[in-house]
Structures are given as structure tokens and as C-alpha cells.
Write a protein that binds this ligand. Structure first.
Ligand code: KE4
Length: 424
């Protein structure tokens, strides 16, 4: 594939933007080559500056559950735009989105809209510390909750992809309030609560991890977190920025039947525009200013245009519940393309091909993957017009726009890669 235009755009970008990108994972550092500079997307496809077309499995890292430029999202945004872009005063549309979230996610009785998943998790942590009067937070190695200072400890996503030392720029005092444990290790959580129980404000967890690659919870793990936090007076925070409205209309918590105290959301609820949200039990949420003493604010929080996109997304998903089974079935078809010796983890429309025999149940086992081999896999697909996330430690996303033919073409390309490898 020709890449001259993207190469010159990257050189130009690197003169004025660190690494030439506005988010590290986009830089293709882990897989090599030049990241394609995208000019437009439609459905399951996107086109780069050199005119190359790709089947897109990045999906903007999760928001595009319906694919690019979905007509109902576009028309909702166009209609909102005609009325202006932001007011700095409340609008009815924000109430409508909040009401849909509250109706969809039983553990959320009240919700605050913000501008990103990072803002959502940062705010949820502040609220948990205020509610409990405690300081320590438990997270899990390989989970990523945005670039919140105290959560950039043994984080996943771009931190794992680039192998960045955990706390560059984060004072030890912040990192020291975070306890990072192995994902799926109930014993480690029990020991930690036995030792620090009355100092732990919250446990924050991706109920299905996506940021070390896709790693589902072991049976009983989430239930143990719920029981231990309840017993020790800590809050359980489900970070559903990636899984919310993707794995089910009610998120991972609907699938596992667990009610966290707080939930963070993002991505899908903004339809591809900047958004985040945190919500939970009303008695806890009422501590948030101006109702209570915990300050959190944002110039563009609940932005009318982003909220319009999110409303269109959620209304469509609510009207088409059959989508979730379709996404599950098509993603399973992709998983079946991998040969023995490749650990494939998936949950709903999230999937990761780990280049290790596995099983991959936590960050340590994920890191046993052969990332150089993954890079060859990624390049093989890219050359055939199929764009997977450029990192072994990310989840690929199937959208409702990926047709049966798209899935079959991708599965064939995956099989061809392994056949070519075997043929040497
Ligand atoms: P944002 O601040 O990027 O909107 O959300 C942070 C975040 C929080 N929680 C979870 C579970 C997340 O997956 C994320 C962001 N996910 C990454 C992709 N793995 C965003 C991609 C990027 O950093 O560019």
C-alpha cells in the first residue's frame, strides 16, 4: 500500500505535536510503520490520505459500536449544531441522556456528564474518597482508567504498549495511594483488605478488561470484589468506559448481575464525540457540587452536540436489542480463525488475539505474548486493508456495520497469515 501522504503528514505533525499524535496509541510505535492519516470513515470502513481503504477494527477505541458516520447519529448532530454548539447553561437534552443512562444501568440512580473517561474515573475516585473519608485505592495491573495521576500505576493501554515507566511525572505521594494487584486474583484482594481494609476508599476495576488486551473476569472474581468492598465499607467502582452499552445495553454489570456503587462510562454514550459520565447510588452522587461538597466541573460537560450524538446512539441501541447477539456471533466467527497456540480472548464485540499459548487471565500472562509476532500479524492485515488496533495490549472492536462478508474476509486474512507463517 502507498503511504507517502501519511508519511509526509506524520513528519509535519511531529514538528508541532508530540510524536505526531494526540494520543500515544495512535502512533503505531508498537507495530512499526507509519500510522495512516484518516480522511473519512463510513460504516465499517475508513480511508487514509493515500486513498487506501481499511476495514476498521479500532472503532475509535470503542465509541463506534454502530460504525462510522451512522446516519441517525449524523442527523442528530446536524440538528443540534443548527441550534448552536454550547451554552454554559443546562439543556433538556442532557436530562434525556441522563434519564436513558439511569434507566439502562440499574446501579446508576444519578449521573454526572463530563468530557472523557479520564474525567469520569478521576471524579469517581474523588467522590469515593470523600464518601468514605479514606485515601487508598485498589486497581488492577493492566487495567487502564485514563491518565489520572494516581491511576497511572501498572496501567494498561498505551502505558503497556509503550512500556512507559509507571509514574513519570506522577509524585510518589500520589502513586503511594494506589495499590495495584493482579487481575483475577481474589486471594490478593482478600490479603490487601485484611491488611488495609479500613483505609481503602475504593476498588476500581474494568469488569471485562480491555486495556491489556481483552481479559474477562474469572468466575467469582467480580462477586468477591462486591462482597469484600461491602464488608470493609469501601466502594466498588466499575469502569465501564469501554464495556458500557457495548457488551449489553446495561453494560457488563447487567451480564454479571453485579451492582457496583459507582460506574464510569464514556465512548459509546457519546457516539464518537467527547463525553464521559460517572454515576451510582443517589445518596453518594448527592455529595457532588452544587448538591454537596465534592467539587467537579467542566466548561463543555454535557455539551449539547456530544449529548445529541449519544442520545441517537442509545436510542438506536434500545430499539435494536438484537444487535448484541449479532455482534457476539460475528466476533465468535473471527475468534474461530485462530490456530492452536494463539490465545483468543473475547467478550461480546471485544476480541484480542494473544500471541502466546495462554491462557491469558491477567497482565503477567498477557505480557508473555510475542509482540514482534503480533506486529507482523498487524502489518499483514493492514496490507490487506484490515486495520486492527496497533498493539497487542488492546482489544479489537467489531461494530454493527461489519457485514457477514467483512467478517469472512477478515477471518480468511487471519487464516492466511498463520498459513503463511507455517509455510515459513
Ligand atoms: P478517555 O479519557 O480516553 O476518554 O477514557 C479513558 C479510559 C477509561 N477507562 C477505560 C476502561 C478505558 O478503556 C479508557 C480509554 N481507553 C483507551 C483505549 N484502550 C483510549 C485510547 C487512547 O488512549 O487513545
Amino acid at each position: 500500500m502507498r503511504r507517502e501522504k501519511s508519511q509526509s503528514l506524520l513528519a509535519r505533525a511531529e514538528r508541532v505535536i508530540p510524536g505526531g499524535v494526540n494520543s500515544p496509541v495512535r502512533a503505531f510505535r508498537a507495530v512499526g510503520g507509519t500510522p495512516p492519516f484518516i480522511v473519512r470513515g463510513e460504516g465499517a470502513r475508513m480511508w487514509d490520505a493515500d486513498g487506501n481503504c481499511y476495514l476498521d477494527y479500532i472503532g475509535s477505541w470503542g465509541p463506534l459500536l454502530l460504525g462510522h458516520a451512522h446516519p441517525e447519529v449524523l442527523s442528530a448532530v446536524e440538528e443540534a449544531l443548527r441550534g448552536g454548539t454550547s451554552f454554559g447553561l443546562p439543556t433538556e437534552r442532557e436530562i434525556e441522556l441522563a434519564e436513558m443512562i439511569v434507566e439502562a444501568v440499574p446501579s446508576i440512580e444519578m449521573v454526572r456528564l463530563v468530557n472523557s473517561g479520564t474525567e469520569a474515573t478521576m471524579s469517581a475516585l474523588r467522590l469515593a474518597r470523600a464518601w468514605t473519608g479514606r485515601e487508598l485505592v485498589v486497581k488492577f495491573e493492566g487495567c487502564y482508567h485514563g491518565h489520572v495521576d494516581s491511576l497511572l500505576v501498572k496501567a494498561g493501554s498505551g502505558v503497556a504498549t509503550l512500556g512507559i515507566p509507571d509514574t513519570a511525572g506522577v509524585p510518589a505521594a500520589f502513586a503511594d495511594t494506589t495499590i495495584a494487584l493482579p487481575y483475577n486474583s481474589t486471594a490478593a484482594v482478600e490479603q490487601t483488605f485484611a491488611r488495609y481494609g479500613d483505609r481503602i476508599a475504593a476498588v476500581i476495576v474494568e469488569p471485562v478488561a480491555g486495556n491489556m488486551g481483552c481479559v474477562p473476569p474469572a468466575p467469582g472474581f467480580l462477586e468477591a470484589l462486591r462482597e469484600l468492598t461491602q464488608r470493609h465499607g469501601a466502594l466498588l467502582i466499575f469502569d465501564e468506559v469501554m464495556t458500557g452499552f457495548r457488551l449489553a445495553y446495561g453494560g457488563a454489570q447487567q451480564i454479571f448481575g453485579i451492582r457496583p456503587d459507582l460506574t464510569t462510562l464514556g465512548k459509546v454514550i457519546g457516539g464518537g464525540l467527547p463525553i464521559g459520565a460517572y454515576g451510582g447510588r443517589a445518596e453518594i452522587m448527592r455529595r457532588i457540587a452544587p448538591a454537596g461538597p465534592v467539587y467537579q466541573a467542566g466548561t463543555l460537560s454535557g455539551n449539547p452536540v456530544a449529548v445529541a450524538a449519544g442520545l441517537a446512539m442509545l436510542r438506536y441501541l434500545k430499539q435494536h436489542p438484537e444487535l448484541y447477539a449479532q455482534l457476539e456471533e460475528r466476533t465468535a466467527r473471527l475468534a474461530a480463525a485462530a490456530p492452536p497456540g494463539i490465545a483468543v480472548n473475547r467478550a461480546g464485540s471485544m476480541i484480542t488475539f494473544f500471541f502466546t499459548p495462554g491462557p491469558v487471565t491477567d497482565y503477567e500472562s498477557a505480557r508473555r505474548s510475542d509482540t514482534a509476532r503480533f506486529a507482523r500479524f498487524h502489518a499483514w492485515l493492514l496490507e490487506r486493508g484490515i486495520c486492527f488496533p496497533p498493539s497487542q495490549f488492546e482489544a479489537a472492536f467489531v461494530s454493527a456495520a461489519h457485514s457477514e462478508e467483512d467478517i469472512a474476509r477478515t477471518a480468511d486474512a487471519i487464516r492466511e497469515f498463520f498459513a503463511a507463517e507455517a509455510a515459513g
